[in-house]
Design a protein around this ligand. Structure first.
Ligand SMILES: [Zn+2]
Length: 270
């Protein structure tokens, strides 16, 4: 598969998941928007921010990262490259290691001040829906790509395994940000395997102990095993989301989101 095939496939999955989740939110929203216009503005801003962020980060660094990963693989760099594993063993091991790497990167973004200043833009969304998944600051995207490079060099996870993991992860990430109402019974079963909308809504709470939990992007096992799992609020009342220090309209525009890491660097309680 060529680089352009991979990017095309990832963008198709992203677009497909966004369309499905947005239609689902229109039919059975967990927390309805008060006005259609407010919802349209919210989605438009997150989509606009995503386009700006993608142009700045992925198009500048994304292709370079794939080229470097290919080079590392051809030259047998990384732990898994040294082991003569069959594909059926390489696939689950590489998949789990990629997911664990994503977990640790997300946890690092909450504990390292510089990374948090970029990641807080994602958490500053006062309404959570599928478009919130698009709200990623370019500094965070660039750091995430760098993290993937470090992991690839250390662990030697084949590019096709990372690509497969990321394709599934993109779909799940869009859905667990979704403002979706569905059966609590099904949700309680799913939360033993994957990060569900209720689990991720707890992660978007303005209360720090809840915000500093449920770091998983796809699988929930890492939170459960490493002590960062937090039960969602099953009371039926929608849990508050967003950051109290970042609710001003000026922080919600595309320009405001871009400047947030710089503007809020002195706010100690953030
Ligand atoms: Zn987070």
């Amino acid at each position: 598969m060529t680089l352009s095939d991979l990017l095309w496939l990832q963008n198709s999955v992203l677009l497909g998941a966004i369309v499905i989740a947005t239609c689902w939110e229109s039919l059975t929203p967990a927390v309805p928007f008060q006005h259609v216009g407010t919802r349209a503005l919210h989605i438009g801003r997150n989509l606009g921010f995503f386009i700006v962020s993608t142009i700045v980060s992925s198009l500048l660094f994304g292709g370079l990262v794939v080229l470097v990963l290919n080079w590392a693989q051809r030259n047998g760099i990384g732990l898994l490259q040294l082991l003569p594993l069959p594909w059926w063993l390489l696939l689950p091991i590489g998949f789990l290691l990629t997911d664990l790497g994503d977990y640790f990167f997300h946890r690092l973004m909450h504990t390292h001040r510089i990374l948090w200043l970029a990641h807080c833009v994602h958490h500053s969304d006062p309404h959570m829906d599928a478009s919130t998944a698009l709200r990623t600051h370019p500094a965070q995207s660039a750091a995430a790509l760098l993290w993937k490079l470090l992991l690839a060099f250390a662990l030697g996870i084949p590019l096709w395994v990372i690509a497969l993991h990321d394709l599934i992860s993109i779909g799940i990430t869009i859905l667990h940000h979704g403002n979706l109402r569905f059966s609590l019974r099904i949700e309680r079963v799913l939360r033993y395997v994957i990060i569900t909308p209720a689990l991720h809504r707890a992660h978007h709470s303005p209360l720090q102990p809840r915000c500093d939990s449920n770091y998983g992007g796809l699988l929930v096992i890492w939170d459960r095993v490493l002590g960062t799992y937090c039960e969602p609020d099953d009371s039926g009342m929608p849990e508050r989301v967003g950051l109290d220090a970042l609710r001003e309209p000026a922080t919600q525009s595309i320009w405001g989101m871009l400047l947030t890491p710089w503007r809020v660097r002195h706010i100690a309680q953030l």
